[in-house]
Design a protein around this ligand. Structure first.
Ligand SMILES: [Zn+2]
Length: 348
């Protein structure tokens, strides 16, 4: 039997499943603000996994991933502990904004401080109340507003075969070996010796069914890899590949963008990716791919300024294999809207 834990003054015993509200600085209307946290504290000892979403307040796919995750029956028998925080940046979530009301980016404000800026205080609450309990984190993100990411895992994998195993277990076809950026949640948690996977999928302020299904399944499969739950009986088809590099293709001129490729497309050097022209259809220019690769991110807004990042392309050695994996993966997760009509736990 594992020991009890205490979060925000609340005692949680082995076998407990409980929702806690962690108090945050109130709105200036005097309305109180809480961060909702759900804890599933298993009877048997094991890893403590935090699944967090909406660190950027407008990145809402992860909120839905956590809602569906918490409907899974297998959570009743886990080894170790699952801590779920569907909305970390409560203020940004309410205002449908990536940022906090003081216009700071929470994901550049870690580890934070008790007496610092609004963002620093929120980061500090997470670092003091939650992080000391954790052994592993999956932080759920999406692309920015009007930007879409192909579902992908980002993690610092260099010299870390254990983390690489978890990244592969998540089961999306694209993994980026990504360095740590100072001030991010990932970097601060890493500094505390915690293994962190970042899941990037879909677009801000939108639900993306494939991204959500892949996210629920990914978290469950990582929990299996960690020994927190039994393995899914269903055999997963998709093998992940680690990208060596990725680069952005930028607009050479301002104008109206007509994009020819979707996320997940395989492109070759000099392939035409898009046309940009002015509103009269004059001064047309085409945007070509500088590399062989897979489109892992793109803008969805067809109005662009010169210099704007339009496509994110990842390069691989085994590119044919990656392209095949992405096709198989889309086939497997192709959304049916049936699930949206019910409150039943989804098939994942
Ligand atoms: Zn984000």
């Amino acid at each position: 039997m594992q020991a009890g834990i205490k979060i925000a003054g609340v005692e949680i015993n082995p076998g407990d499943r409980i929702s806690i509200d962690i108090p945050l600085p109130s709105f200036y209307t005097h309305s109180s603000v809480n961060m909702p946290v759900h804890v599933v504290h298993g009877r048997r000892p094991g890893p403590v996994l935090l699944v967090s979403a909406a660190v950027h307040g407008d990145e809402i796919n992860g909120v839905e991933i956590i809602r569906r995750l918490l409907t899974q029956k297998s959570l009743d028998r886990i080894k170790g502990t699952l801590i779920a925080i569907p909305v970390v940046n409560v203020y940004g979530f309410v205002s449908k904004s990536r940022y906090l009301p003081d216009r700071r980016d929470l994901n550049r404000s870690f580890p934070g401080s008790e007496k610092g800026s609004m963002a620093a205080r929120l980061a500090y609450v997470v670092m003091t109340e939650i992080i000391p309990h954790c052994t592993h984190i999956i932080d759920l993100h999406t692309g920015a507003v009007n930007r879409e990411n192909l579902p992908q895992i980002r993690a610092r994998l260099t010299g870390d075969p254990e983390l690489e195993k978890l990244a592969r277990a998540f089961g999306v076809p694209v993994i980026l070996n990504a360095e740590l950026l100072e001030g991010t949640f990932r970097s601060a948690a890493h500094g505390n010796g915690i293994d962190v996977l970042l899941y990037e999928a879909g677009e801000a302020l939108r639900f993306d069914e494939v991204a959500i299904r892949a996210g629920v399944r990914g978290v469950l499969d990582v929990m299996s890899e960690l020994g927190m739950r039994a393995r899914s009986r269903k055999q997963r088809k998709v093998e992940a590949m680690i990208a060596n590099t990725n680069r952005w293709v930028r607009a050479a001129q301002s104008g109206i963008l007509r994009s020819l490729v979707a996320t997940g497309s395989r492109v070759e050097v000099d392939d035409v990716l898009a046309y940009i022209s002015d509103p009269l259809g004059e001064n047309s220019e085409h945007l070509v791919s500088p590399v062989d690769g897979i489109i892992i991110g793109k803008t969805n807004l067809p109005l662009v300024f010169a210099g704007e990042a339009i496509f994110n392309i990842a390069s691989y050695e085994e590119i044919d294999q990656v392209a095949e994996n992405i096709d198989a993966y889309h086939e497997e997760l192709d959304p049916s809207t049936d699930y949206l009509k019910s409150d039943e736990p989804p098939l994942v």
